[in-house]
Ligand binder design. Structure first.
Ligand code: IPM
Ligand code: MN
Length: 386
């Protein structure tokens, strides 16, 4: 409130009485207050419902911690595509590129063939903004059930760093003689030294910052994908020399899936290529309590990053106000962490932990004991009362 008031005063040349005495201080506070331009893409299905909760939470913490988020909504997704034929217009992309961060709900519509929206919006944004890291924390919070027997929050707390712009996702390949008996489909996995190295370096830094077991596991398939993982493994070993404080380790992706279930406590930070990262993070989402609580960040450490609940558009629950918005709220927390608003981010996590532990009866859609918007309200209430 005070900040909104002080912001208005920035443009008031002179004020009578007590206000004018305080004016230099008020002006200083208003100038000091940071504004973040956030591009909001609610997208498809339940995306808008869950994002609305995250926006409420962002408003609540920004009041408390003295920064101003300015939300700029972009109407993109399946409905917009079917109405207009537009997927991601250049004007939208230009505006999005100029924001401080992107907050995305979900992309994917049952009436649009698979790939059009995913490639045209989500992947295009990742590539155009060179968001080369996909950061996915796998953290089981107290009060959340995991399908893993005898495992709890102590045992499930690691981070997956997925390369986000290369591999099979690079889109290299094609189809020859389509629809004939002689048809050939080729989809090539592209790994560049630059792309691999910047991802591995980010992972070492993240592992050091996390300051826990200080163990970085490279997840690959050196026994079969001998070209791709020759590059990955050599780069990993070279970069490791710069980080003597970090223990390094390697696991084949198939074995790693097994260990994530058997011994999740072993993992601290896992770094991997794009496709493997996509697969193991869905496994990670399940062991942390499901898609309702799993959030991720598409990070460009030097530019604009994008944050999303990783659960998808869940068409069958759309408009029912029953899906879990915690993943979207935790995506907002990741966003604030990346923007450097560490205290506000911690506040969100604290509020989420309280609600998960004390209030929610389950994590799945329709099982929370509350509606989507009520869960958002519970998080906001805790923040306001803190
Ligand atoms: C994810 C999703 C996307 C991916 C899809 C929707 C293109 O599964 O973010 O994990 O494969 O990266
Ligand atoms: Mn995925």
């Amino acid at each position: 409130m005070l900040f909104a008031f002080s912001f208005c005063l920035l443009f008031v040349p002179a004020c009578p009485g007590w206000i004018s005495a305080w004016q230099p201080i008020i002006r200083y506070m208003a100038l000091k207050q940071k504004q973040y331009d956030i591009a909001v893409i609610p997208g498809d299905g339940t995306g808008p419902e869950v994002l609305a909760q995250g926006l409420k939470v962002l408003e609540a913490v920004s009041e408390k911690y003295g920064f101003r988020p300015a939300f700029h909504q972009h109407n993109l997704g399946g409905e917009h595509y079917m109405k207009t034929g537009e997927i991601l217009p250049d004007e939208s992309l230009d505006l999005i590129k100029r924001s401080d961060a992107i907050y995305l709900g979900a992309i994917g519509h049952p009436d649009v063939p698979p790939g059009i929206l995913e490639k045209g919006i989500l992947l295009r944004l990742r590539f155009e903004l060179d968001q080369y890291i996909n950061l996915r924390p796998v953290k089981l919070y107290p009060g959340v059930e995991t399908p893993l027997k005898d495992k709890g929050p102590e045992q499930v707390d690691f981070v997956v760093i997925r390369e986000n712009t290369e591999g099979l996702y690079a889109g290299s390949g094609g189809i020859l003689r389509r629809g004939t008996p002689y048809e050939v489909a080729i989809q090539e996995s592209i790994s560049t030294r630059m792309g691999v190295e910047r991802c591995i370096r980010y992972a070492f830094e993240a592992c050091r910052r996390r300051n826990r077991a200080k163990r970085l596991t490279l997840c690959g398939k050196t026994n079969v994908l001998t070209y791709t993982f020759d590059l990955w493994e050599r780069t990993f070993k070279e970069v490791a020399k710069e980080y003597p404080d970090i223990e390094t380790d390697y696991a084949h992706v198939d074995a790693l899936c097994m260990w994530m279930i058997k011994n999740p406590e072993y993992f601290d930070v896992i770094v991997t290529e794009n496709m493997f990262g996509d697969i193991i993070t869905d496994l990670g989402a399940v062991i942390q309590g499901g898609m309702g609580v799993a959030a991720g960040g598409n990070i460009n450490p030097e530019a604009v990053s994008m944050f999303e609940p990783i659960g998808g558009s869940a068409p069958k629950y759309t408009g029912k106000n029953i899906v879990n918005p915690i993943a979207a709220i935790l995506a907002a927390q990741l966003m604030l962490e990346t923007l450097g608003e560490a205290e506000a981010a911690q506040m969100i996590e604290k509020a989420v932990m309280k609600v998960l532990c004390d209030d929610l009866k389950g994590m799945g859609a329709g099982q929370m004991g509350y509606s989507t918007s009520e869960v958002g309200d519970l998080v906001v209430e805790f923040i306001e009362a803190s």
